[in-house]
Design a protein around this ligand. Sequence first.
Ligand SMILES: Cc1cc2nc3c(=O)[nH]c(=O)nc-3n(C[C@H](O)[C@H](O)[C@H](O)COP(=O)(O)OP(=O)(O)OC[C@H]3O[C@@H](n4cnc5c(N)ncnc54)[C@H](O)[C@@H]3O)c2cc1C
Ligand code: SF4
Length: 563
Amino acid sequence: MNQFQGFDYDVIVVGSGAGGGMSAHVLTQQGHRVLMLEAGRDYDPYTETPMFQENHQAPLRGVGTPDKDFGYFDATVDGGWSVPGEPYTMGEGTEFLWWRSRMLGGRTNHWGRFSLRFSHHDFKGYARDGLGADWPLNYEDLAPWYDLTEKLVGVSGNNPGLDDMPDSGPNVLQPPPQPRVPELLLQAAGRKLGIPVVPMRRAVLTRPLDDRQACFYATACGRGCSIGAAFQTTTSLLPMARATGNLKIVTDAMVKSVQVDGDHRVTGVTFVDRKTAADVSLKARVVVLAASACETARLLLNSKSERFPQGLANSSGEVGKNLMDSTGADIGGYIPGLEGRPRYNEDGTTSNHLFIPWWGHEAQARGELNFPRGYHFEVGGGFRAPSMGMGLHTDGYGHAMKEDIKRRYGSQMGFSIRGEMLPNEHCYMEVDDRIRDKWRIPVVKFHWRWSEHELNQVAHGLATAEKLLQTMGGRVTSPRRAPEEALKKGGEIIHEVGTTRMGASPKTSVTNHHGQTWDCKNLLIMDGGVFASNPHKNCTLTLMTLAMRNASWLADEMKRGAL
Ligand SMILES: Cc1cc2nc3c(=O)[nH]c(=O)nc-3n(C[C@H](O)[C@H](O)[C@H](O)COP(=O)(O)OP(=O)(O)OC[C@H]3O[C@@H](n4cnc5c(N)ncnc54)[C@H](O)[C@@H]3O)c2cc1C
Ligand code: SF4
């Protein structure tokens, strides 16, 4: 057992977001002592969440600025698309966006909480179409762990019986919120076109759980949720882990390298104390990396030694490769049939209550589509808090314009495509040795190029959204764009995964199916880096499910003295 500031510990966990929070929770419940190192500042969601402030109380009426990209009240109190003093570089022709939250809880404080399970289609795509890589596990291996994770984090939704949405176990899901009127109209249009429109699954409580309260349907989840209804590690996993007495969290601790002995074991880590800029080295029996996919890969690539000259755990050469995000594109429309309806409260749980899962597996199997993997639609519409953009698409001025805005209020609808991308040789990250950040750590260099698969998929999505709008009696109002213009930049959907992928062979992957690196058996990775593919379903539920499963396995291995 090692000691830091009077605290004895077995395991160092790097990062306090989705992966780090879940790992620490499981390990501490199993009686292991965990020292968590978090690069960001401490953050108290109970006192710092601006849930009830009005936009007019903020500078510039709360709109996004370079230091608060998603608006003045967004929960990211430190970080965003850029982090002062911590740049990254890009290869020629690359446009990549990298979102980092430098705070306790990482990005879980403000994520969208969309929580869709992967299905059997998603784990074995390569076996089906020969593209990308298969996972070294099946849906059945993860199904019981999905149940446990959904129950623990609190996911609301239902089991619609679709092959793209595997059922959760009995009494696992909390009831979904009621659909809104525009979503019901979309459901009717979907029925005509053979496209399912079903309740979204989100990590938002509609019933109380532990000491977390149910959502009261009134505030913006992106600001954080001080009542614990919207899942974030800072109101759930971290307090639960702390309550065991087995967790100590050190914030402002930017880990810069992992040390190894001459053999196959890591011995500890070195971090920069951001308050003093001093280096601190610590020993550990086991190290768990959950710093987010690209930070973890950066850490490994920066941990070179005589034994690992290409970077730690990189004998396959795969660290930093296979970088994937989700595809994303938006299309907006206007539905005259929704004009002038009686006003009522449609706020709900911030995001869509219904959504469109991928419905094209059979058409794909019949060879009717010109792209290999699926997508889903997240939708937005209904009465929302009026914003500065409400007057768009309105003619005239004065009283007539006001009346026009009132009449059209709640009759707009937006569709966001979220689709699977395939890994390709042009999408990867490496370390740029020429440039160091303010902590003297070499920075990341990104390389990115979408392939035809993603462009064809987005073209299909844009055409389908238009068909849905027309079937609802509406029309497209956003500018018409070719798929290459509509497709968002790499990283922009903030689902970056794959940089330390798991696999069945040490030659082609970085970890085994437990997230244990092939090269060092006491080094494990518990963030999205381990994803072998990036299905269209938002990644975090699966990331946490893997962390729960793999941390449970790790806890057992440690108990029996195997690690
Ligand atoms: C606006 C937004 C909306 C999103 N919506 C969704 C959604 O609806 N559904 C979904 O599935 N996903 C969504 N995501 C993505 C989701 O937030 C991430 O997939 C998830 O948080 C990843 O978990 P993680 O533990 O890997 O990383 P993070 O949650 O980012 O946590 C990593 C932590 O490690 C710390 N860290 C980094 N480097 C170091 C270092 N060197 N030393 C020490 N600590 C370090 C960071 O400060 C951070 O706290 C969204 C993200 C954003 C930003
Ligand atoms: S809408 Fe509900 S879940 Fe979201 S922040 Fe408000 S109370 Fe929390």
